[in-house]
Every structure is written in C-alpha cells, then in structure tokens.
Design a protein around this ligand. Structure first.
Ligand code: PLP
Length: 403
C-alpha cells in the first residue's frame, strides 16, 4: 500500500510551494541509508545536502541530544550555558579562529559575517568602506544579505534593492577581483569550493591572491565554508588545505549533523573592532540543544577520525567517478574536492536523478546539468561501489549508450 500519496497531497495543500519536491516521504535513516514511508531503502549520496556527515542514527549523537532534551533546551543569550561554552571551545580548536557566534543556519552565518565586516570598516574609518566583492556563480543563502552576495542574478531579480553594496568578480580570475577593489571595499566573500555553482575549487593562486588583495587594501577576507567545511574536502575547513586564513568564516550544515545550527567565526582583530553588545543577536542561536549537537559532532569527528577517513577514501571515489567520465560521452568532466564532487553532463540531469531514486540512490543536482555527490563522510568503498552500480546503468538508460 502506498502511504506516501495521501501525505504528499496533504502537504501540497498546506505547505507554501517553494520547492519542487520528489514524490517521496522520508521516514527514517540508518548509517548511509534512508527509508521512505513505504519502507523502500535508499543509498544516500546527498546527506540532506551535505549535512549528515556522521550518517543517520548515530547512537552517541542521538544519546547526547536525548540527554540534553531532558536537561535544558533553551536559555536565551542573556545567560551562559555549558554546551555552548564547550562547543565554542572545540570549534575554535579545529578552526584556528578566535571568536564564535552561533546562528541557526548557513544564511544567518553569512548575515553575521557581512555585518561584522561592514562594522569593522565602520569602526576603522567611519563607514567609507562599505562595498563587498562577491563571486559570480556563488551561493550564500536566501536571506536578503546572503542573497545580495549570491552570484546568480536570477535568485535576486524579483526582490528589489539588495541591502549590501556588492560587486561581482569572476571566480578564479584574480584580475577581475583587482579591477573591483577600491577605497570603498570592506571585504571579499567567496566559497573555497563553490557548491551550488558547480563544485569548483578555488585555485591556490586565486585564494592566496584574494588574501593578499585584502591585506594590501585593508579589507577583510570572508570565507563561506557552509558546504565545503566540516571535513568535506579532507580538512576541518577547506581553507586549511590552502593555508590561507580568513578574517571571518561562516560554517553550518554538517556542524550540527541534522540540528539546525551555524556559526560565524572571527579573528581577534576583527572581533575587537566590529560587533559589540547591541549590534547583533538571535533568540535561538547557540542554545544548549543546538550546541550540544555541535560539541558532540566535533568530538565524534575526532574520535572516529572522520577527516582522515575522507582523505583516505577520496582517491577511490574520484577514480570511480573518473571511470564514468571516461565511459560516457554525455559526461564531460568531474569537478570537486574530497567528498564534494560533481559530474558535468551535456544535458539536464533531472530525469537521471529521478530514475536513480527509483532504483534506490539519492543524489542531487547543482545547476541543471551537474550531478552532485555530497554523501555522508562515513561512506565506505562498498558504498561507493554500490552507488556506481546504480549510477552506471542509469546513465546508460539516460544517454542511450556508452562512449
Ligand atoms: C556555500 C553555502 N553558503 C550558504 C548556504 C546557506 O545555508 P542555509 O541553507 O543553511 O541557510 C548554503 C546552502 O546550501 C551554501 O551551500
């Protein structure tokens, strides 16, 4: 019996239609597998869009959350709470940044990061620096500030004047950034590996060059690690593999592994000259329920050697995806870093994704022609083999034939 259909009909009557959802009601998860309400099993190479790094139903994580529920869920930021203190301490350790502000999402982390950068400029020069340089094809979230630095005009088009003064440069083209830097520049924001924009890693020269531009111009480098952070590319934060440290950094997604939480982090220099009491706040941000999740996630990453695992398994994942590129004419290239990979097709991949879902594999797109893989970070070689055993025949059905 299909129990999903009536639920979906109900949902379509009640929920605002801002997503074209797959016709699936997910019910529960275990490890790297999800189960729908009819009991069908799916191998998950999407992980709730790069969120469920530790996989579903991790016992230690669940127990930590359950214990906190019975203790204290929320305090407001008028008070301290122990999980937030622990989470902030651990987050500082793994990131190498100095100050933490907890938020409820990636977009909110970007909002805070932008406010901190603009306030820093205001503190330093009375507000002459107020422009932000962002990248074409970037994605930073759907709230107004985050939207204003998102390099996809279509997302901004209907929403009028944006709150930030933003100029867009070309990702990985240092000259295009240099051409935009002026007296007014407060900061440069970018993703070290662009996610929605096509799984494109920044070149070392580009990231290092942006750092130098900021140092020379006296403005701030803001790195959005919402998708590429938390071990996804083989280091806690992607910038650490480049050795190019930001002044402000945004994180979210896998930070809570399912609990909605994010953070923006600052160097001490920026913290001392930017946001002060009255400048920024949130009711829920950093509450004990969210931060017990953060602390447990960071502890489990360390205990289970998640970063080392990503580094170790990445070459196998890349090799298997490269095999697909070599086999099919319709797949032009693979792009990405670590367990954040994309296959570039010569046509829209929507039908392919749906077909693979029918065959028990969950993936997502990035733009219309790119098939994106952001699996739980605990995947094994066997999981990769299983994924390829569904992907390969699906592409054959989709494209007609191999190369
Ligand atoms: C790089 C990046 N920044 C920011 C965001 C926004 O995060 P959230 O959806 O949690 O608001 C996303 C979401 O996909 C993202 O990929």
């Amino acid at each position: 019996m299909d129990v999903m259909k009536p639920m979906i009909e109900e949902a379509e009557k009640d929920l605002l239609h801002t997503y074209n959802r797959y016709q699936i009601v997910l019910d529960h998860g275990d490890g790297v597998y999800l189960y729908d309400a009819n009991g069908k099993k799916y191998l998950d190479f999407c992980a709730g869009i790069a969120v469920f790094a530790l996989g579903y139903n991790n016992r230690e994580y669940n127990d930590a959350l359950k214990a906190q529920i019975d203790k204290l869920l929320h305090t407001s930021n008028y008070f301290y709470n122990e999980p937030a203190i622990r989470a902030a301490h651990l987050l500082k350790e793994v990131s190498g940044m100095d100050r933490v502000f907890f938020t409820n999402s990636g977009a909110e982390s970007i909002e805070g990061a932008l406010k901190a950068a603009i306030k820093y400029a205001y503190t330093k020069d009375g507000g002459q620096h107020h422009e932000i340089i962002a990248m074409e094809h970037s994605f930073h979230g759907r709230t107004y500030g985050a939207l204003s630095v998102t390099g996809n005009a279509h997302y901004r088009e209907a929403f009028g004047t944006m709150p930030c003064d933003v100029k867009f440069a070309t990702f990985n083209d240092l000259d295009s950034v240099k051409a935009l830097v002026s007296e007014q520049t407060a900061g440069i924001i970018l993703e070290p590996v662009q996610g929605e924009g096509g799984l494109t890693p920044a070149t070392f020269e580009f990231l290092e060059g942006c750092r130098k531009i900021c140092d020379d111009a006296g403005c701030l480098l803001i790195l959005d690690e919402v998708q590429c952070g938390m071990g996804r590319t083989g280091s806690w934060y992607a910038w650490q593999r480049y050795g190019v440290k930001p002044d402000i950094m945004a994180t979210a997604k896998a930070l809570g592994c399912g609990v909605p939480v994010g953070a923006f982090l600052l160097t001490e220099e920026v913290a001392q000259h930017s946001l002060v009491p009255g400048d920024h706040g949130t009711t829920y941000g950093g509450n004990p329920f969210a931060t017990v999740a953060v602390a447990k996630v960071l502890e489990l990453y360390r205990k289970d050697h998640i970063i080392e695992h990503v580094t170790k398994i990445t070459p196998y994942f890349e090799e298997k995806l490269d095999g697909i590129v070599a086999k099919y004419d319709c797949v032009a290239e693979r792009r990405g870093a670590g367990l954040m990979q994309g296959l570039y097709f010569d046509r829209p991949v929507g039908a392919l994704i749906t077909d693979m879902m029918d065959h028990g594999l969950i993936t997502i797109n990035a733009g219309s022609n790119i098939l994106r893989f952001v699996p739980p970070l605990i995947i094994t070689k066997e999981n990769i083999d299983e994924m390829i055993s569904i992907l390969d025949p699906a592409i054959e059905r989709f494209s007609g034939s191999p190369r």
